[in-house]
Design a protein around this ligand. Structure first.
Ligand code: MBD
Ligand code: FE
Length: 281
């Protein structure tokens, strides 16, 4: 039997992430004053120049860098590279004013418009979906504690083998991706399965960097969410499971103590309780 394991490649998931990004995001610097573009570009380049001087970078190393950067593009891994090693600082700066829930990075595998499941239901999954069943209950409130009815909770996560639908082959289109809407009291209840820890693709340019540097390629198991309500800031977050061996050395630096779940064993699986507090916009 052919499984996603046998056929998932960096080139395939990277190309998907690149196409996805190009179709979803408004990209451009229109409206950004030239002084700001100049400052940012100059300071990034100055940091590169300083590194070259400090470490006396050789022509061999410079050419290896050039070849590697070309590979990142060829493998479609710019979304992966940037989201793993850069996005966490952008997220930190963007959300430092918040009083509500802590968030974290979006990463490369979000897809908008996942199927609507109401306030209570299961995410789309295969009949024999592997993994420990999870029942997740929670409430969405605003910073003064009042419930937000009709708030949207979008959930997406890897399966029990660490694969994301639409980025690894062989999975139903919306597997483990769903959109939920809070009820009149701000509550939701979601049934899904526990995801596995995630290893970023090792056969592409990012994997080459990791191997050459002697790093590891792992993210701890996580559930991705986007939570939104009219008049409130969009919250993008990930929730983590205690005891995962990569909670303390996530390659994407995206774990925060506030985002740790506390799963309780129940008949037929585990129950988790986690709600969200949104900042008024
Ligand atoms: C992921 O699943 C992820 O969440 C991030 C941030 C980067 C790579 C893969
Ligand atoms: Fe992820």
């Amino acid at each position: 039997m052919t499984t996603a394991h046998d056929t998932a490649t960096a080139a395939a998931s990277g190309a998907n992430a690149t196409e996805r990004f190009k179709s979803d995001k408004l990209v451009g610097v229109e409206g950004t004053p030239p002084e700001r573009v100049s400052t940012l570009a100059r300071e990034v380049l100055e940091a590169v120049h300083a590194t070259i001087r400090k470490h006396k970078v050789t022509y061999a190393e410079y050419n290896a860098l050039k070849a590697w950067l070309i590979n990142v593009g060829e493998d479609g891994e710019w979304p992966l590279f940037l989201d793993v090693w850069v996005e966490h600082v952008v997220e930190e700066v963007a959300t430092e004013h918040r009083e509500g829930n802590k968030g974290t990075i979006e990463g490369p595998y979000y897809v908008p418009d996942a199927p609507e499941q109401g306030s209570k239901g299961a995410v789309p999954m295969r009949e024999d979906e592997p993994g420990t069943p999870l029942t997740w209950t929670g409430r969405v409130t605003t910073t003064d504690g009042s419930a937000l009815a009709g708030a949207t909770v979008e959930l997406w996560h890897a399966d029990a083998d660490g694969f994301y639908s639409q980025f690894a082959p062989g999975l139903p289109e919306w597997n483990l991706r769903g959109t939920f809407t809070t009820d009149a009291d701000g509550n939701f209840e979601i049934r899904t399965v526990r995801p596995a820890s995630y290893q970023i693709p090792t056969d592409g340019a990012c994997g080459k960097l990791i191997a050459a540097a002697g790093w590891h390629a792992w993210r701890p198991a996580h559930l991705h969410v986007k939570v939104s309500a009219p008049g409130h800031e969009l919250l993008t977050a990930q929730l983590y499971f205690p005891g995962d061996e990569h909670n303390d050395d996530d390659i994407a630096s995206a774990v925060k103590p506030e985002l740790m779940l506390d799963p309780k064993p129940v008949a037929g699986g585990e129950a988790i309780e986690y709600g969200f507090v949104l900042d008024p916009s």
